[in-house]
Write a protein that binds this ligand. Sequence first.
Ligand SMILES: [Zn+2]
Length: 248
Amino acid sequence: VKLTPDIYLVGSGALGFDMSSAFDCHIYAIVNSGEIALLDAGSGLGMADVIRNLEDDGLDPAAITTVFVTHYHIDHAGALARWRELTDPTVVASQTAAAAIRTGDARTVGLQAAKEGGFYPDDYILVPCQVDVEASGSDRFSVGELTLTALETPGHCDGHLSFLLEGSDRTSLLGGDVVFWGGRIMLQNIPDCRIDEYAASVTSLAEHAFDALLPGHLTPSLRDGKRHVDAAAHAFRSLAIPPNLIQL
Ligand SMILES: [Zn+2]
């Protein structure tokens, strides 16, 4: 589904638009000057649907040259080994995420806790995958004529990156699991979810100028997305906790 002149939504799960596996995060394809990069890989359980979605949008999966990963949770990183087999892209992740993705360490990436919490099938594993580039804050990458800048945004988990995409008709924050529609955040009862770091990440994102908020789940906002980040930052600055995406 084409969202902007350069960004397509090609996968999305139960916390989104049911376009691929229920376990998938939003998978974005950034397309410019003949280059295709994916922003987050998905769980790997919905590969056939993601590939069909790409083709339905006129995008050749074989043309994917880079996969940027916001963090190591398996709905975002689980498919990396599958993409490696299919198109052998350059995989970009933070140093912290890269270390866990290379070993497929279920405990570090929260998979063990998520299984015990009933979120994932018992037989699901994170297939280890080589990471080619370890990105840290302010690192810049190009996709065609566009520039993607990494921003360090821990708190939802260790080593979380968000990406600012500039050079098109609008600036977009590809925020992963930091801030969602309505100023929601995603706190989880896992060892590397850290509220103080979360607050610092959200308030630092609010210092950036951008138009679209393209998060890892829930509704994207294509023009006035910053208001959602501002709402979460306002709550944190007032010593409150923004509303949580995960509710029972
Ligand atoms: Zn996550």
